[in-house]
Each structure stands twice: as C-alpha cells, then as structure tokens.
Design a protein around this ligand. Structure first.
Ligand SMILES: [Zn+2]
Length: 72
C-alpha cells in the first residue's frame, strides 16, 4: 500500500469516525486508508506515537498495529 502524501512524515493516523489509529508502516488494504483520505476524517498526532493516540482515546487498528506495541 502506498503511503498517503499528506502522511509522508507521520507514522500514525487516526480515523475520527471510529476512533481507530492506524500504523502506516504496516497498513493493509483492510484498513481502508485510501477511503479514509478521501473522506478526510483523518487526524494525526503530536507527538506521532501510539501513546499519544491512546491518550486521545484512539484504539489501535487490529489489522496494522502490532499487539505488543498496542499494549505498550
Ligand atoms: Zn489499520
């Protein structure tokens, strides 16, 4: 999957509609990133970490966020 241009410098992207965070390094077709970019309901995090995503109540996507990282 090609990394969206807007997220060249970001690893994690959240979907505001379902409060999921995706790891763009591991994203799969099942993540629907292309659709998310079209819908423009994405959000990025500062700092660009899972911890920050989690602090903002985003849950890790089960397709692309690894379990060990999600638990950290
Ligand atoms: Zn995902």
């Amino acid at each position: 999957m090609a990394r969206p241009k807007q997220f060249e410098h970001f690893r994690y992207v959240g979907d505001k509609r379902n409060q999921r965070v995706h790891d763009l390094d591991n994203a799969t077709d099942a993540c629907g990133i292309d659709e998310l970019m079209k819908a423009e309901t994405f959000v990025c995090f500062g700092p660009d970490t899972l911890v920050e995503a989690s602090n903002r109540c985003y849950k890790p996507c089960r397709h692309c966020v690894r379990g060990d990282e999600a638990a950290a």
